[in-house]
Ligand binder design. Structure first.
Ligand code: ATP
Length: 284
């Protein structure tokens, strides 16, 4: 559904993307996980036709984002990072404007707006002004807007940034529901638990390159199965092991107080992006 080959992009002297290769299958939720400045938004903007690739090639649903830009644009629904709804208009009016932009016939527009408001939990508030909605509801309206023209691909740029944990989980449930409806989802995030919970596959991106790409389970397995956390010289030190006994023994030998837990995606991210001190002998 999405194919990215050798994608590069420069902004002046900054190499935002240094050669990205990526294929995303229909129906997948794919997370692009990385720190600020990694190149996540740049990739999304290229796929949405908002900026041109420097080099390389991208197709969405078989359409080249440069040579078939109109078709490629129709194939994606974009939820940008910043809320860009019309705050002075009502909920349904925001969708109405978007439907007209996509030249949807009036009857189809009305049917789809009603359907989507119900889908995202805003059916009771079509006439509420956007400025009166909470951040979580505004985010849901942005998702409804992106889905209005029934694109096969939904691009979510940091969909839960700034939302509290409960609202974040509601958005996650909505994203799962969208996938169950057959839509392919590419989301960027710097919340590791978001990628771990939602994604079928995850790419760790750092400084314009993909550092690792696999299922969350496989990425975690690169570090072992068990981890211990301990305070060491004022900082939190984590070590990963294949089995629980080895983790326990290492912890007991190193510190009075430590916690044994399952390896998580954050351990894999820190290790594979090189942002952790090298593993010690005997560790995975
Ligand atoms: P964030 O979560 O902070 O948005 P990101 O992973 O999405 O991070 P990008 O926004 O894609 O990263 O930025 C990648 C690099 O390109 C950064 O160094 C950024 O400063 C630079 N960059 C992005 N857009 C522009 C622009 N329009 N002009 C100049 N530099 C840019």
């Amino acid at each position: 559904m999405i194919r990215i080959q050798g994608l590069t992009k420069r902004y002046g002297s900054v190499a935002a993307l240094k050669g990205i290769d990526l294929s995303i299958a229909a129906g997948e939720i794919f997370a692009y996980l990385g720190p600020n400045g990694a190149g996540k938004t740049t990739t999304i903007r290229i796929l949405a036709g908002l900026t041109r690739p420097g080099g390389g090639r991208c197709t969405v649903n078989g359409c080249d984002v440069v040579r078939q830009s109109l078709e490629a644009r129709r194939a994606v629904g974009l939820v940008p990072q910043a809320i860009n709804l019309d705050r002075e208009l009502a909920v349904a009016e925001n969708l109405e404007v978007h439907g007209r932009l996509f030249a949807m016939p009036a009857a189809a527009r009305r049917r789809r707006i009603a359907e989507l408001l119900d889908y995202v939990g805003l059916a009771q508030r079509p006439h509420a002004l956007v400025k009166t909605l909470s951040g979580g509801l505004q985010r849901r309206l942005m998702i409804a807007r992106a889905l209005l023209h029934e694109p096969p691909v939904l691009l979510l740029d940091e969909p839960t940034v700034g939302l509290d944990p409960e609202i974040r989980r509601r958005i996650w449930a909505l994203v799962k529901k969208i996938q169950a409806g057959g839509t392919t989802v590419l989301l960027t995030t710097h919340y590791i638990e978001e990628a771990e919970f939602l994604a079928d596959r995850v790419a760790f991106v750092d400084e314009g390159s993909i550092v690792a790409l696999d299922t969350p389970r496989a990425l975690m397995a690169t570090q072992g199965a068990w981890a211990i956390d301990r305070f060491d010289g004022g900082g939190l030190e984590t070590s990963c092991f294949a089995d629980r006994e080895a983790a326990q023994a290492f912890g007991a030998a190193q510190a009075d107080s430590f916690t044994v837990r399952r390896v998580n995606l954050e351990d894999a991210f820190l290790a594979l992006t090189g942002k952790k001190v090298a593993p010690q002998r005997g560790e995975h």
